[in-house]
Design a protein around this ligand. Structure first.
Ligand code: GLC
Length: 438
């Protein structure tokens, strides 16, 4: 239906599935103060070691995780195989800084991939380009050691060899691309080629040269040719999806003026990793509306959970996943296989359309439930054949003439009014399924 910027990866399933789970899990679950705790508190390797020595998620059960994701209506997941802290969730042969060497002593990645894949979900790996633990990763403007005396930093960096780190990075990516079956999404994070010349004028940033992005890209396409790649390798032409983060784009994301495949990644709260004391948790309604809003602009939503040091999802995340799942149970047809509605259909007051181009079905999401017992739809009233609520398939009557209380200006002649009950149905966001005439 829309002309979308073409790329190498297979996004055909992605633009139909629409909804995925991001999982940020690592040693940072133990300090439980944000996944950037090493940067924020400038913690060196020695002082961070205590979290490695105490990592023992005894309640970890990836089947439960996959159940929660699947029942929330999520169709794919993306797990942090390694975050900026450098800790690896699988038994990598290239490092000792891995979960199999912690008190837990077992690979957590393989059972996770098996559990989610076993639920019919697509598999995505997030892999940090950044590594604050690796002895050859040079100190820079975001490194935990950035504020050591300049002379000391320069001495330390003189002993670090980014060529060796690049080799390590490529070796681990190859392990991930060849050791876990078909990988559907590869999510690298992140490049900062400009550094921070204001605060740290003597540090260079890090971009495609530091990662060897060109060589990395060739390897990725060699081992997983259809994989969907995000846009953070600092390598134009390598990406399949644009990845707006922690905000909702106001319209369909474009590149050089053309619509692209895009995915908003969002957290439930203010942290990607488990953050015990952080309280800015979005409401279930906000999260459901976020999903609707994303699809209405042709995008996907990757919603993040940060499991605890016991290996469980936070009770607040479980609560919201259940509420989203309750909504999706009735309304997922307005999400899966849907995209932005044809321009001609308009509705006021912040209510949101999505559209299934294969079924030619319009979905009206009553995010701001109307106070007048009617919803105005402008555009092409003659195209509307029938309407019903998704949650109970009860008919929603269509009124062609101006509706009482809806004003009586000349616009009414071209508008349609759907009669809805004054009392909002018992659904977080009621959805009207609108059948259009062929
Ligand atoms: C930002 C954060 C990082 C997180 C990522 C998710 O890059 O710094 O911690 O993993 O967003 O997109």
């Amino acid at each position: 239906m829309y002309d979308v910027y073409k790329t190498a990866g297979d996004t055909s399933w992605f633009v139909k599935d629409r909804f995925g789970m991001f999982i940020h899990w690592g040693l940072y679950a133990l300090p439980a103060r944000h996944e950037w705790v090493r940067n924020i508190e400038k913690i060196n390797n020695e002082d961070y070691q205590k979290y490695f020595d105490h990592f023992d998620p005894d309640l970890y059960n990836p089947e439960l995780w996959a159940d929660l994701a699947w029942n929330a209506g999520m169709k794919y997941f993306v797990i942090t195989t390694k975050h900026h802290e450098g800790f690896c969730l699988w038994d990598s042969k290239w490092t000792d800084y891995k979960v199999t060497n912690t008190p837990y002593g077992k690979d957590v990645l393989t059972p996770m991939v098996n559990a989610f894949r076993g639920h019919g979900m697509k598999v995505g790996f997030y892999h940090s380009l950044i590594d604050w633990h690796h002895e050859d990763f040079t100190i820079d403007n975001i490194h935990p050691l950035r504020d050591l005396p300049k002379e000391e930093v320069m001495k330390l960096n003189a002993k670090r060899d980014m060529a060796k780190y690049r080799e390590y990075l490529h070796n681990q990516v190859k392990e991930l691309l060849t050791g876990f079956g078909k990988i559907d999404i590869m999510w690298f994070d992140f490049s900062y080629p400009d550094g921070d010349k204001k605060l740290y004028p003597y540090f260079e940033g890090k971009g495609h040269k530091d990662w060897g992005s060109e060589k990395l890209y060739k390897m990725i396409r060699e081992y997983q040719p259809d994989v969907i790649l995000d846009d953070r390798l600092d390598l134009d032409g390598s990406w399949d999806i644009k990845t707006p983060e922690q905000y909702q784009p106001e319209e369909w994301v474009r590149y050089k003026g053309q619509r692209v495949v895009w995915e908003a990644c969002q957290t439930f709260s203010g942290s990607w990793g488990y953050h015990r004391d952080e309280s800015s948790w979005k409401s279930s309604k906000q999260l459901i509306t976020m999903l609707i809003d994303t699809v209405s602009k042709g995008g996907n939503l990757l919603l993040n959970v940060g499991p605890t040091g016991r290996g469980e999802f936070d009770y607040r995340a479980v609560d919201r996943l259940k509420a989203i799942g309750d909504w999706m149970r009735y309304n997922n047809q307005s999400i899966y296989g849907c995209t932005q509605a044809p321009e001609e259909f308009k509705t006021p007051n912040g209510n949101i359309f999505t559209y299934n181009p294969e079924k030619k079905r319009l979905y009206l999401h009553l995010v701001n439930y109307p106070l007048i017992g009617a919803v105005r739809i402008s555009g092409c009233p003659e195209k509307i054949e029938y309407a019903q609520f998704m949650h109970d398939h009860s008919e929603v009557l269509i009124n062609k003439q101006a509706f009482f209380g809806a004003g009586s200006d000349e616009k009414d002649a071209t508008d349609t009014f759907l009669s809805v009950p004054i009392v909002k149905p018992n659904v977080e966001v009621p959805v009207v399924e609108i059948f259009l005439k062929d």
